[in-house]
Design a protein around this ligand. Structure first.
Ligand code: HEM
Length: 442
C-alpha cells in the first residue's frame, strides 16, 4: 500500500485543563478517527509536563504531536520496536549531557522511570519487579486486598453511624473515603512502607498530585515534595538493608547489593513509579466504574443480581468505556523512518497513542459508546497499553477493582448518586480521566 502524509487536524486542540474539552473528548476522538488513523493535534499545555524538566519541549503549551486514533494502529504503534519511549532519543551525547545537567536532581528519578527507558535497561529493570505482579502473586495477595476493602467499608459505616445517619440515606464521598485510600494502602504494603510513616508519605504524595493539576504552583510544590520523598526513601533503603523484610523495597535493595543489577538512581526511580503509577489511575478506575454503573440502570440491575459473577466484566468494560488514561503522555519517538497504518512517519516523529480513542473504535468494538458489562470482547481494551511497556500493575489494578466493585455493591445495594449526574466533574490531571469527587448515598 502506498504511504501517505499525516492529515493535519489543526483545529483539534486536546486540552485537558478545559472542562468543556473533557466533557466532549469522546466526540473529538471520534472526529479524529474519521480523519485518519494518525492525525496531527495540538496539546493544550505541556502534555507530559509532570515528567519533564522545566524548559524541555514537553512543557510547552500548544505543541503539535501525532496522535494515533484507531485501535489497530494504536496496537501496532505500541508493539513497534522502532519507536522509542525515551524522550532523549535523537539527541546527541552532548545534548543528553546538557539536559541531565539542567535537570534539577529531584526530577531525575521521574525522568528515568521504567516508562521512559528502552531496552536493554528497560528489560533488565522490568525483570526485577515482574515476579511481584504475576497471577500467582495476585492470588496470594487477594485475602489482604479483600481485608483492606472490608476495613474501608467498615469505616464508612461507622463514620456514618457517628453522624447519626441510617441506611439507605447515609452519605459518603467515594474518592476520598474509598477509591483513593485503597490502592495506596495496597501498594504501600507491597513496597514495605512502614505504617507509622504512611501519613507523612501520603502528605507528600498528595502535594505532588495537586501540583500536577495546578500549573501555577507546579514547580515549587513539586520540587519540595519530591525532595522530601527522596530523602525519606534513602533513609528507608538504609533501614531495609539492615533489617530486610518480606517486601519489594527489601528485595530491590538486596538486588542492588547483589551486583550491578540496579543502581541507586534506578532503585529510586523504580520505587517512585511503583508508588505513583497506581495512585490516580486505580482511583479513577474505581470511581469511573461506580459512576458508569449507576448511570446505566439496566447494567446496574444485572450487576446487583450477581456481583461476583459480573465483577470481571464490569472492570474490563469500565477500562474500555472510561479508562483512567485517555492517551499516552510520554511520547513514542521514531528512531528511524517507518510506516504505520499506511502513514509515513519521518525519523524523530513524536506520537501520542489515544488509548481511549482506540477503545471506542467502532471497527474493533460494536456499538462502542454503549456501556455493557456483558460485552464479550471488552478485555481486548488497551487501557493498560500493550507491548514491552504494558502496565506492570494491571493484574493488581484488576484485582483491586474486582474486589472493590463486588464488595461495595453487595454490601450497599442501595448505593446511588447523591447529586444529579451532570454535576459530577472530571478532574484535569494530565491525560487522566476520573471524577474529582463522587458524592453517594448508601
Ligand atoms: C487502572 C489502573 C492503571 C492504569 C489504567 C494504568 C495504565 C498504564 C499504562 C497505559 C501504561 C503504559 C504506558 C506507556 O506505554 O507509555 C502503564 C505502565 C506502567 N504502570 Fe500502570 N496503570 C494502572 C495501574 C498501575 C499500578 C497499580 C501500578 C503499580 C503497582 C502501575 C505501574 C506501572 C508501571 C511500573 C508502568 C511502566 C511499565 C513499563 O514501562 O515497562 N500501574 N500503566
Amino acid at each position: 500500500m502506498a504511504t501517505s502524509e499525516v492529515p493535519v487536524a489543526d483545529s483539534t486542540l486536546l486540552d485537558r485543563t478545559n472542562p468543556e474539552f473533557l466533557a466532549r473528548a469522546h466526540a473529538v476522538y471520534s472526529d479524529l478517527r474519521a480523519q485518519g488513523p494518525i492525525v496531527q493535534v495540538a496539546f493544550g499545555r505541556g502534555i507530559a509536563s509532570g515528567a519533564h524538566p522545566e524548559g524541555s519541549p514537553e512543557r510547552q503549551p500548544g505543541q503539535k504531536w501525532l496522535f494515533v486514533s484507531r485501535y489497530d494502529e494504536a496496537v501496532a504503534t505500541l508493539l513497534d520496536e522502532r519507536l522509542s519511549s525515551d524522550f532523549r532519543t535523537g539527541m546527541t551525547p552532548q545534548q543528553r549531557e546538557q539536559l541531565e545537567m539542567a535537570m534539577p536532581a529531584e526530577f531525575r528519578p521521574v525522568a528515568h522511570s521504567l516508562l521512559m527507558i528502552d531496552p536493554p535497561d528497560h528489560t533488565r529493570l522490568r525483570k526485577l519487579v515482574q515476579p511481584n505482579f504475576t497471577a500467582r502473586a495476585m492470588e496470594a495477595l487477594r485475602p489482604r486486598v479483600q481485608r483492606l476493602v472490608d476495613e474501608l467499608l467498615d469505616t464508612l459505616e461507622r463514620t456514618a453511624a457517628e453522624r447519626g445517619e441510617t441506611a439507605p440515606e447515609r452519605h459518603m464521598e467515594l474518592v476520598e473515603s474509598f477509591a483513593y485510600p485503597l490502592p495506596i494502602r495496597v501498594i504501600s504494603d507491597m513496597l514495605g512502607i512502614p505504617e507509622e510513616d504512611r501519613a507523612t508519605v501520603h502528605g507528600w504524595a498528595e502535594r505532588l498530585l495537586l501540583a500536577e493539576s495546578q500549573t501555577a504552583m507546579f514547580d515549587q510544590e513539586l520540587r519540595t515534595a519530591l525532595n522530601s520523598f527522596t530523602s525519606y526513601l534513602d533513609g528507608l533503603f538504609e533501614r531495609k538493608r539492615r533489617e530486610p523484610a518480606e517486601d519489594m523495597i527489601s528485595q530491590m535493595v538486596h538486588a542492588q547489593e547483589d551486583g550491578d543489577r540496579l543502581s541507586h538512581q534506578e532503585l529510586l526511580s523504580m520505587v517512585f513509579i511503583l508508588f505513583f503509577a497506581g495512585h490516580v489511575t486505580t482511583v479513577n478506575l474505581l470511581g469511573n466504574g461506580v459512576v458508569a454503573l449507576l448511570q446505566h440502570p439496566e447494567q446496574h440491575a444485572r450487576f446487583l443480581a450477581d456481583p461476583a459473577g459480573m465483577a470481571k466484566g464490569m472492570v474490563e468494560e469500565t477500562l474500555r468505556y472510561w479508562g483512567p488514561i485517555d492517551y499516552i503522555s510520554s511520547p513514542r519517538i521514531a528512531k528511524e523512518e517507518l510506516e504505520v497504518g499506511g502513514i509515513h512517519l519521518p525519523q524523530g516523529a513524536k506520537l501520542s497513542v489515544g488509548l481511549a480513542s482506540a477503545n471506542r473504535d467502532p471497527q474493533r468494538f460494536a456499538n462502542p459508546d454503549v456501556y455493557d458489562i456483558t460485552r464479550p470482547d471488552a478485555h481486548r481494551n488497551i487501557a493498560f497499553g500493550k507491548g514491552i511497556h504494558v502496565c506492570i500493575g494491571a493484574p493488581l489494578a484488576r484485582l483491586e477493582a474486582q474486589l472493590a466493585f463486588e464488595s461495595l455493591f453487595r454490601r450497599f445495594p442501595k448505593l446511588r448518586l447523591a447529586v444529579p449526574a451532570d454535576e459530577l466533574r472530571w478532574g484535569t490531571g494530565v491525560a487522566m480521566r476520573g471524577f474529582k469527587r463522587i458524592p453517594l448515598r448508601f
